[in-house]
Design a binder for this molecule. Structure first.
Ligand code: GCU
Length: 617
């Protein structure tokens, strides 16, 4: 009988073989693909075994570690971490033990000059010892891996993921051995049209295991996600939910806030969901001035999480943004996750403290974290430092908006962003997109995302950064996408991409929405230390002049409730080749990547500190 495993014409095979083939395919696919990753809320608050550090790394531009010469997925790929043995009847052409190292977390581009421009697959391997406990799950938690990634433990596929800026976790308990183990990862940052983001971005495509990697052990029944927030209104009612994985209906769940002497008990329903609602006394609401954080204990059976979080309300009323029921003006700046001084993808507490410290020094009470979900370290720092946050899904410029697969990818990334970061008091805005073309397919795509975000989290405001159109010196804000938003974000570059600094003086604004408006971007490029006439582009004087004319113009926009000039710090971008000036950096920073403050920094700082910009109501 012909062997069942005939790859090319399945239809010719007898029904028995077909059933066998499908069964094998199912096993292989799970074995081949591993279980779908999950999102663990508050994972960074759980005890973990860190896998950070030096990993053996092999650059594999043709992905020959995974695909054969006929582009079939290999069974004996590099994920097996095989070691050559004397007498082997075949050559082993890779060895992670002797391979050069790469640090994790970290992008590969800034770790090796030869990899600065590299886009493609890179393999990572490291050994570790582990003593798995009985009756427990062990999750491999990845802070982020840009862009596509595959993971094997002891040669067994545990999961794969697409999306470069959100965290995910894969159950590896079944693949672990007591004692020595090894993990192999393949990460590929190749850009594709149907990716999210797509081919063009104005930031460097830093690849790799760009955020923390760890093992998190949880009991068989555990809390995977939860949401706790203050109910809108005058009172002090905390509400939300806790979801227990693999639990029985009626599982006891407890929330405590020791500092307030508060405790709530409830039980899960058949889906593992437990609704939470309880009153507290003496709660101090989180504000930028007093970013009060409380220790919050969550417990379900053997599992527990010690959260640290603040409680505040955020809402829109007419054209106002209300924080804790009071109108607020968002004095902000836009921030890329570019590491200060060393450059590369930011990931550490120090990176966050430095960047947000500068925003604080500028007089900000708000930051726009662009254009993708930033690291939990940044959000924890914003909670601590009292900075309100605009968090963004990387739907950037012209995605394939009519491609349902692309929508599914954007939805997955949105789910991961919100389910990972929903308990940060600092986050007040979920941004669905940046500078997308005004087409019906685009509008429908983002309306779908916006309603998904509202279902996932009805406690925050939904926004997006829109393009504006011009008629003469009138700027018109009428992008139909605005209807789907709670807060309108607009990007404009008067004085840089269009006109001169004083063009702002004659610019009128026509805003076709009765909603709070944020100018999510404006700015100009300047090389730190380059000085000259104020009409000489690239000088600090020119940039400062743009700010001097922008601020009074912005003050003339009636419903302006916030702003985040582009950008806090210069950042690497492949679109910026001007030698001696840009050198592959976007130079619109108010501070250079080496920490040099430009004149415009002080122009904005004065306006923020003197309160000459912006009206809360
Ligand atoms: C755009 C875009 C940014 C970009 C900026 C610029 O508005 O949103 O990502 O960096 O303009 O051109 O500097």
């Amino acid at each position: 009988m012909k062997p069942c495993f005939v790859r090319r014409n399945v239809s010719a095979v007898a029904p028995l073989c077909l059933a066998l083939l499908l069964a094998v395919a199912a096993i292989q696919s799970t074995a081949q693909t591993g279980a779908a990753p999950i999102v663990l809320t508050g994972a960074d608050r759980r005890p973990a075994t860190s896998l950070n550090g030096e990993w053996g790394a092999i650059v594999d531009p043709f992905f020959s570690g995974l695909f054969s010469f006929h582009h079939e997925e290999k069974r004996n790929g590099w994920f097996l971490n095989q070691k050559a043995k004397p007498g082997d009847p075949f050559p082993t052409e890779y060895d992670f033990a002797t391979a050069p190292k790469l640090k994790v977390p970290g992008d590969w581009n800034t770790q090796r000059e030869s990899l600065l421009y590299y886009e493609g697959p890179v393999w990572y391997e490291r050994d570790f010892t582990y003593q798995p406990k009985p009756h427990s799950h062990v999750y491999l938690r990845i802070g982020a891996a840009n862009y596509r990634s595959w993971f094997w433990v002891n040669g067994q596929k545990v999961c794969e993921h697409e999306g470069g800026y959100t965290a995910f976790a894969c159950d590896v308990a079944a693949a672990l051995h007591p004692g020595s183990n090894f993990i192999v990862a393949a990460v590929d940052n190749t850009r594709h049209e149907d990716n999210v983001p797509t081919l063009e971005t104005d930031w460097w495509n830093y690849g790799g295991l760009i955020r923390e990697v760890s093992l998190i052990e949880v009991p068989e029944t555990f809390i995977d996600q939860y949401d706790l927030h203050l109910e809108r209104g005058e009172g002090s009612v905390i509400e939300g939910w806790i979801h227990v994985m693999d639990g029985q209906p009626g599982q006891k769940v407890e929330v405590t806030i020791p500092e307030l002497g508060a405790k709530a008990n409830t039980t899960t329903d058949a889906s593992g969901h437990a609704a939470i609602r309880f009153s507290v006394k003496g709660l101090e609401r989180w504000t930028p001035e007093v970013p009060k954080l409380y220790k919050v204990g969550l417990r379900a059976g053997e599992d527990s999480i010690d959260e640290l979080m603040g409680f505040r309300t955020i809402e829109a009323r007419g054209t106002e943004i209300l924080l804790n029921g009071k109108p607020i003006f968002l004095r902000g700046v836009a921030v890329h996750a570019e590491a200060p001084y060393r450059t590369g993808r930011a990931y550490s507490d120090q990176d966050a403290e430095t960047l947000l410290g500068w925003a604080r020094e500028l007089g900000c009470n708000y930051v726009r974290l662009a254009h993708y979900p930033h690291d939990e370290t940044m959000l924890r720092a914003a909670d601590r430092m009292g900075l309100l946050v605009w968090s963004e899904n990387p739907v950037y410029w012209a995605l394939e908006f009519d491609n349902p697969k692309v929508l599914a990818k954007a939805e997955q990334q949105l789910d991961e962003e919100i389910n990972t970061s929903r308990n940060h008091a600092s986050i007040i805005l979920w941004s669905m997109a940046n500078e997308t073309p005004n087409t019906p397919a685009r509008t429908q795509f983002i309306e779908t995302l916006a309603s998904r975000a509202r279902t996932l989290d009805p406690t925050r405001l939904i926004t997006a950064a829109l393009l504006v159109r011009s008629q003469g010196h009138t700027k018109i804000v009428d992008d139909p996408l605005g209807q789907a938003l709670d807060v309108i974000g607009i990007n404009e570059y008067i004085g840089w991409y269009e006109g001169h600094p004083d063009t702002a003086d004659v610019t009128q604004w026509q805003i076709d929405y009765q909603k709070p408006l944020i100018v999510s971007e404006f700015g100009a490029g300047a090389k730190a230390g380059l000085h000259g006439a104020k009409d000489q582009r690239w000088t600090e004087e020119y940039q400062a002049e743009v700010y001097r004319h922008q601020l009074p113009m912005l003050n003339r926009i009636p419903d302006l409730r916030g702003m985040s000039p582009w950008v806090l710090m210069d950042f690497r971008s492949p679109n910026r080749p001007l030698a001696g000036i840009q050198d592959e950096f976007n130079r619109k920073g108010l501070i250079s990547d080496q920490g040099a403050k430009k004149q415009a920094f002080y122009v904005l700082q004065t306006a923020y500190k003197d309160g000459t910009i912006g009206k809360a109501d």
